[in-house]
Ligand binder design. Structure first.
Ligand code: UD1
Ligand code: MG
Length: 452
């Protein structure tokens, strides 16, 4: 038996009021369609995605998955959509049908669906809602499911039913093929309803086993940006919950967002309000992250303090280091241990050796900096001549006076001192003082011109 997962993703999503295909709208920075594909990643199933609107963009959205793409040129209903996947389905397959706009479905629920499905039983995911309006209702007789009736086709009594169809089902491939071929569109919406196969199953003596999701968000669909936001906030609460389970202290679980994958969390981590973590993140023990920090693809070692309003991207922060407030760490930067990058410092593609400090108002780009180097306030690496980028090398123990410009390529030798205000255009030898500075003069007899 092979499991074939059919994801319906052809809908336009007009209510999103967006040019982007609905299933490419994101939750925690990941397209909804990818959430759905990932929910079956451990099921060992083959994917068939039925696409229509925004075809090329949708097809590009699952680069890491092996997908059979089935185009639905005209959207004639959910049954018609599944028909497009039929060429990929064999008689003895178990077919799991998912919606591309129901992104938070859980693998554990789908495992139950697949397990309950065989050639004599199909499984249907249903949920009881206080507000069932709009959904297909699950009609039962003597407690057994007899059919699904859509909102627009339902009688007043049927509209009172609060058990609804989530749309998610698992069904034997051979049975599905037969039933789909028999679908008719003589209903209120003149559509081929997938839900009509339930009545056909009952007529063929196939049992309908209903399964419920573990929470309502699993089966919540997205039709508007407001509904997208509801799931975003729910998913972020799941992330916050996970962090707290790992012992992280969050100043405010409602003002903390993760848009990526957390690789490592040490102990005694404190995260202040409005922190955003993106991409792959590792955080060591005894780390404190101040308010309003944005941290993307970073490895943060033990005992690091990142102060308020710092932005870190594609970088490694060594242990016992201090970053910020208002620091900008750009891609390709590696701070050694016991380093300091202070306020209003921008640092890019730079190795800052152990114990080195850039405390105030500097731009350091394309630099190789040794250990125990002190870089004074206002220092700038002039790394770009308008065409090419060049490296600045500062060897261990060097002291760079404030307001120095290092015109790269240039090297400052070991233990060298560069006096404040220097524009360094040639290498500075090790161990001695180098300065470039106009001589200071005082004009003793000079007087200001007075106003008449
Ligand atoms: C469908 C179900 C309804 C269920 C509800 C749950 C049918 C007839 N009705 O209704 O019982 O309660 O979902 O949300 O199945 N799609 C296509 N091609 C189409 C039509 C739809 O790919 O031709 C896709 C949509 O993009 C969407 C999904 O199928 O992802 C469901 O379609 P939608 O139009 O939202 O169905 P509902 O009317 O909500
Ligand atoms: Mg819908």
């Amino acid at each position: 038996m092979t499991i074939k997962t059919v994801i319906l993703a052809a809908g336009k999503g007009s209510r999103m009021k967006s040019k982007r295909p609905k299933v490419l709208h994101k939750i925690a920075a990941k397209p909804m369609l990818q959430w759905v594909a990932e929910s079956v990643a451990n099921l060992n199933s083959e994917l068939v995605v039925v696409y229509g609107h925004g075809g090329e963009a949708v097809k590009k959205s699952l680069p890491t998955f092996q997908v059979n793409w089935a185009e639905q040129v005209e959207q004639l209903g959910t049954g018609h959509a599944v028909q497009q996947a039929i060429p990929y389905i064999s008689t003895d397959d178990t077919v799991l049908i998912l919606y591309g706009d129901v992104p938070l479905i859980q693998e554990s629920t789908l495992q139950l669906m697949v397990k309950a499905c065989n050639s004599k039983t199909m499984s249907l995911l249903t949920v009881k809602l206080d507000q069932p309006t709009g959904y297909g209702r699950i009609v039962r007789k003597n407690n057994k499911v007899t059919k699904i009736v859509e909102q627009k086709d339902a009688t007043p009594e049927e509209l009172l039913i609060n058990e609804v169809n989530t749309g998610i089902m698992a069904v034997n491939g051979g049975l599905l093929k037969g039933w789909l071929a028999a679908l008719k569109n003589n209903n209120a919406q003149a559509e081929y309803y997938l839900t009509d196969i339930i009545e056909m199953a009952v007529n063929d003596g196939v049992a309908i086993e209903t399964i419920q999701p573990s929470n309502k968000y699993e089966v919540q669909g997205v039709n508007s940006t407001a509904q997208l936001n509801e799931l975003e906030r729910y998913q972020q609460s799941v992330h916050a919950e996970y962090f707290m389970q790992q012992g992280v202290t969050l100043a405010d679980a409602n003002r903390f967002d993760v848009r990526g994958e957390v690789k490592k969390l040490g102990s005694d981590i404190f995260i202040d309000c409005n922190v955003l973590l993106e991409g792959a993140i590792s955080i060591g023990s005894e780390v404190s992250i101040g308010p309003n920090c944005v941290i993307s693809n970073a490895i943060i070692d033990d005992n690091v303090t990142i102060k308020a309003n710092s932005v870190l991207e594609d970088c490694i922060i060594g242990s016992n280091s201090d970053v910020g407030p208002f620091a900008r760490i750009r891609p390709g930067t590696k701070l050694g241990s016991d380093t300091k990058v202070g306020n209003f410092v921008e640092i890019k593609k730079t190795n800052l050796g152990n114990g080195s400090k850039v405390s105030h108002l500097s731009y350091i780009g394309d630099a190789e900096i040794g250990q125990e180097v002190n870089i004074g306030a206002g220092t700038i690496t002039c790394n770009y001549d308008g065409v090419n980028k060049y490296t600045t090398t500062i060897e261990s123990g060097a002291f760079i006076g404030s307001d120095t410009q290092l015109v790269a390529p240039v090297t400052v030798g070991k233990n060298a001192t560069i006096a404040a205000g220097t524009t360094l255009t040639k290498n500075a030898p090790e161990g001695v003082l180098t300065l470039s500075r106009a001589k200071q003069v005082t004009f003793k007899n000079w007087k200001r011109t007075n106003k008449e």
